[in-house]
Design a protein around this ligand. Structure first.
Ligand SMILES: NC(=O)c1ccc[n+]([C@@H]2O[C@H](COP(=O)([O-])OP(=O)(O)OC[C@H]3O[C@@H](n4cnc5c(N)ncnc54)[C@H](OP(=O)(O)O)[C@@H]3O)[C@@H](O)[C@H]2O)c1
Length: 286
């Protein structure tokens, strides 16, 4: 069983341990610790869980983190002011605005992301960092796609010439992943909710990346024999965390597969920390 598993948790542990050493070395030189500020607006329970995981992993590897907890009634003007304040705080090297924002602010999400200083933008959502990715510069780019590419390369999965089908076109996952895969010479097809006869396309994938947010969405009829499956989805089913792929159903037929939990999730957090360290080094000219 385990030889078919792409173990994201194990890889994330390895990357985090390596990063911890680098941070320690940088601290010994500068006596300055990297600091990540996370801005959480409102009390969304899932967002709180994600932010707490990020803070705990930061603490484990030597990044200080500050939680900026804001009431969900905060006005647009005050949230923009808060972002500006953190931008101007030289002690803080990375800023993360936890999404989704409460309904009243959601329509302005892009404006808030744009206001975060692009040198502190550890999520890679600022238009400058998105634009740089267009030219294949990945330094401060989205964490989940970075984690997916690292997982594939870590397991020596050749990307050049492979047909990768991504079922997701969000700014968080599908769109940045397209550029990372093109950079590595894959042939990329992107599917979304308007795609017709989805299974005809997913069946052609050498590598299938799925992030639709629907449990058991991908079944064995939708994949090619031996396909590599990357399951980005995080859903709750019968009180348990599960992905978008019907894991037991596809397991025999697929070549390799990420589990949920323990696949893409831990790598997303790991790359948030890598990005924070990059931002810190960049700001300190290390
Ligand atoms: N593990 C991690 O670290 C991690 C990180 C990020 C996200 N996630 C998870 O990944 C999932 C997606 O996240 P997201 O932020 O990208 O969500 P999102 O913005 O809602 O994107 C979902 C994507 O799935 C497409 N889709 C929905 N129903 C479909 C269908 N029936 N057929 C084909 N495509 C369909 C949507 O198409 P349209 O564009 O047409 O709407 C959209 O492109 C969620 O479960 C989220 O929790 C996990």
């Amino acid at each position: 069983m385990s030889e078919k598993i792409l173990d994201g948790k194990k890889l994330a542990d390895l990357l985090n341990a390596q990063l911890k050493k680098k941070i320690n070395q940088s601290f010994n030189k500068t006596k300055i610790q990297p600091i990540l500020a996370t801005i959480l607006v409102g009390q969304d329970p899932a967002s709180k869980v994600y932010v707490n995981i990020k803070h705990k992993t930061c603490a484990d590897i030597g990044i200080n983190s500050v939680m900026v907890d804001l009431d969900e009634t905060i006005s647009k003007k005050h949230l923009l002011q808060k972002i500006e304040e953190i931008n101007n705080d030289e002690k803080i090297h990375g800023i993360l605005l936890q999404l989704p924002l409460p309904q009243s602010l959601r329509g302005d999400t892009e404006e808030f992301l744009e206001r975060i200083s692009y040198v502190k933008d550890v999520d890679g959502f600022h238009p400058i960092n998105r634009g740089r990715l267009f030219d294949y510069h990945e330094e401060l780019s989205a964490c989940t796609p970075k984690g997916i590419v690292k997982l594939l390369t870590h397991y020596n999965i050749e990307l050049a010439g492979k047909h990768v089908v991504i079922v997701n076109r969000s700014n968080l996952v599908g769109k940045p992943l397209v550029f990372m895969l093109l950079k590595r010479n894959a042939t990329v097809t992107v599917c979304h909710s308007y795609t017709r006869t989805l299974e005809n396309i997913t069946q052609q994938a050498d590598i299938l990346v799925v992030g639709v947010g629907k449990a058991k969405f991908i079944t064995k009829e939708m994949i090619k024999e031996g396909a590599i499956i990357i399951d980005v989805g995080t859903n709750r089913l019968d009180g348990k965390l599960c992905g978008d792929v019907d894991f037991n159903n596809v397991f025999e037929k697929c070549g390799l597969i990420t589990p949920v939990p323990g696949g893409v999730g831990p790598l997303t957090v790991s790359f948030l920390l890598q990005n924070t360290y990059y931002a810190y080094k960049n700001q300190l000219n290390l």
